[in-house]
Design a protein around this ligand. Structure first.
Ligand SMILES: Nc1ncnc2c1ncn2[C@@H]1O[C@H](COP(=O)(O)OP(=O)(O)O)[C@@H](O)[C@H]1O
Ligand SMILES: [Mg+2]
Length: 245
């Protein structure tokens, strides 16, 4: 069997609460059917909710992984990931957020390189803060997706990021406009948004993907897309984008 080398696909944002975690889980749920080996890595180190959203019982997390590497106690990555389905494993964020600050950014590359041979796709959930950890994560990603909402704060910050990426000749990012968070009204048209942020919107998650029972899914530890027969074209388009190259 050929060795796997995972594609690293990261979801980030320029503002909190734009739907990153929900998007990562829903995309993982759709990939689950494709017979690919998936890891969801929760790199929202100070407030990760992947494991709690899935009611996952786990022993190790990204902090214990890094700590064991530092102390030469590491044996195999299998000790640090926890299985959610046959195809989806989880690497949880630090259980104790106080340990998050002890993770040196240089370990991000080391742990991702350890994980890559085991998976087809590593989906990384992040927070919106431009920490060295997030910057290294984006740098190591094959593609990274900015989830933005139709709000002025988001659009202004996205505009600044786009201009930084232009200066850096960085082209691996995509912009995902998330209209599925109900309390965010659509204020600006796509045309206005493009003019504001000075680049294209690559994908739009439509209002129709608002899930009124989202809290029930989280209570039950379930992924929406694994438990509903709705059409998820927007997520499928994102999946096709990162699977294609
Ligand atoms: N499609 C959706 N339908 C209903 N509520 C949503 C949807 N997507 C996100 N939310 C809610 O919006 C809030 C922010 O979403 P979340 O995915 O946690 O964003 P982030 O990870 O960017 O902070 C959460 O309370 C989440 O339950
Ligand atoms: Mg989140």
């Amino acid at each position: 069997m050929a060795l796997k080398t995972a594609k690293i696909i990261t979801f980030t944002s320029v503002k909190g609460g734009t739907g990153k975690t929900t998007t990562v889980l829903n995309i993982a749920g759709l990939l689950n059917k494709k017979n690919l080996k998936i890891l969801i890595a929760d790199f929202d180190f100070y407030g990760g909710v992947i494991a709690s959203s899935l009611n996952l019982e786990y022993k190790n997390d990204v902090y214990t992984f890094v700590n064991d590497l530092m102390n030469n106690k590491f044996e195999t990555v299998d000790d640090y990931v926890t299985s959610f389905t046959d195809n989806i494993d989880i690497l949880p964020a630090p259980r104790d957020p106080r340990s998050a600050s002890k993770i040196n950014a240089k370990y991000i590359e080391i742990i991702l390189n350890r994980l890559k041979p085991k998976y087809d796709i590593i989906l990384i959930d992040t927070n919106h803060i431009a920490t060295p950890i997030n910057l290294i994560t984006m740098d190591m990603s094959d593609n990274f997706y900015y989830i933005i909402t139709n709000t002025l704060a988001d659009l202004k910050n996205m505009k600044s990021m786009v201009s930084i990426f232009k200066d850096m000749n960085e082209e691996d990012y995509r912009i995902v406009l998330n209209n599925s968070i109900m309390n965010i009204k659509t204020i600006y048209s796509d045309y206005d948004i493009k003019n504001m942020i000075k680049t294209e919107i690559n994908f739009t998650i439509p209002k129709s993907l608002y899930e009124k029972n989202i809290e029930k899914y989280i209570y039950d530890g379930k992924i929406i897309t694994m438990n509903s027969s709705s059409k998820y074209e927007a997520y499928e388009n994102i999946i096709n984008d990162f699977l294609k190259n």
